[in-house]
Design a protein around this ligand. Structure first.
Ligand SMILES: C[S@@+](CC[C@H](N)C(=O)[O-])C[C@H]1O[C@@H](n2cnc3c(N)ncnc32)[C@H](O)[C@@H]1O
Length: 385
């Protein structure tokens, strides 16, 4: 393996980063041949031939992940009619695995704490179908707006609500049943409309809206579907908070924390440096202050996501970094501080082409072993104490 690594077209800065993080560079030897993946929207299984004709290549069924197909790495799907018409998604198989780890069941109320641009959120909604709800949160307004566009394109918005908010402090509880009719309360949320009132538009034009929010800013609801549990609530009811103890009963059934990271495992991200110039790698990935802050952010996202989970519920933590610091060390630190958290077995992982992580029950995908992008995944259960 080491001989292969020596001939890799990876720049010195990246090789040093891998060495400092105990990563074997040979996992990147397959980077140029790692396939692209698509997921078919449920109900469009008959479209395989149509897609093959448009992208002019054969789709290979991914045996271990339902609805996923692989294509040669160079094939572009964005121009295809099937993509534009919302019949297929571009999503890596490892990302699909992170969603499968959640074990979504009908009726689940799911929180996606780092939701944008939304590939996993859409998959969760497809799995839920006509039941449950999904709350998507992201700190970056423009990225969450792209997620909203995606929801509308794939007609998946009915049971979803999106908040621009800091996931380390987000506190909105899940879907609530509306007890009284719209006419009985003043100032309730009516059906969502993309048209903003004139006053609000004028405020945006004058001040410009910041692209990210801070910890102390209240969540901003930028989309909600008719059956997302928002219509008919007053603002006070929607933003009603409960104590951490009550959260054990009123929290979410499932939480996904697909945390911000250095993206060093992502094939697409690594390949971008060939265009951006490897000189920018130092600033974007290696900057010590940024990576130190990242560990704190990851731990805080995981901790708050877990706080919002109900007892008996499960949380999946994933990153597309392969470093120990952003994965196993975060998991260890979190477990030390949360006695009501235990690592859970990911049943589906038995069939996944991945390796065990540095802690039992955690898993790692990488381009060499899995022929996918890199991904770390761990699952926790909230137990009562
Ligand atoms: C790896 S991406 C998520 C990808 C997404 N789950 C998907 O499948 O499309 C990480 C996201 O975390 C968001 N993020 C960073 N800091 C955050 C915070 N404090 N609270 C919430 N989201 C945050 C970033 O804006 C980014 O969109």
């Amino acid at each position: 393996m080491e001989e292969d690594a020596a001939t890799l077209p990876l720049p010195e800065a990246f090789l040093q980063f891998l060495e400092a993080n105990g990563l074997d560079p040979s996992i990147y030897t397959a980077i140029d041949s790692t396939p692209r993946f698509i997921r078919l929207k449920p109900g469009f299984d008959a479209c395989v031939e149509e897609v093959e004709e448009e992208v002019k290549c054969k789709l290979e069924k991914v045996q271990w992940l339902q609805g996923f197909y692989s294509l040669p790495p160079h094939v572009q799907i964005a121009g295809s009619r099937a993509y534009q018409e919302g019949k297929i998604y571009g999503i890596d198989a490892s990302s699909g695995a992170a969603v499968m780890a959640l074990n979504i069941s009908p009726g689940d109320h799911v929180l996606d704490l780092c939701a944008a641009p939304g590939a996993k959120l859409c998959m969760i909604l497809d799995l839920l179908g006509d039941s449950g709800s999904v709350t998507g949160v992201d700190v970056a307004r423009h990225r969450l707006a792209a997620c909203r566009t995606m929801l509308l394109k794939y007609a998946l918005g009915d049971r979803c609500r999106l908040f621009v908010a800091d996931g380390t402090t987000f506190s909105v509880i899940p879907y609530q049943t509306v007890e009284s009719g719209l006419e009985e309360k003043d100032d309730v949320f009516k059906e969502w409309t993309s048209r903003r009132p004139w006053k609000e538009r004028r405020k945006v034009n004058r001040t410009g809206i910041p692209q990210s929010v801070s910890k102390s800013q209240p969540p901003e609801l930028i989309y909600y579907g008719r059956n997302s549990g928002v219509v008919g609530l007053t603002k006070g009811e929607l933003y009603n908070t409960v104590s951490d103890v009550e959260m054990g009963n009123h929290g979410y059934d499932k939480v996904l924390v697909d945390a911000e990271c250095t993206h060093d495992g992502s094939v697409k991200h690594i390949q971008k440096f060939e265009n951006w110039g490897w000189g920018t790698f130092q600033r974007r990935v290696l900057d010590a202050e940024r990576t130190d802050n990242l560990h704190v952010l990851q731990l805080n996202l995981l901790t708050n996501g877990f706080r919002l989970l109900k007892v008996g519920g499960s949380l999946v933590y994933s990153t597309c970094s392969l470093t120990l610091a952003q994965n196993e060390y975060v998991v260890e630190h979190f477990l030390k501080e949360n006695v009501n958290a235990e690592l859970a077995e990911i049943d589906a992982a038995r069939n996944w082409p991945c390796r065990s992580g540095g802690i039992p029950k955690t898993w790692r995908f990488d381009p060499f072993t899995s022929q996918t992008s890199g991904l770390f995944v761990a699952k926790f259960r909230k137990v009562s104490i």
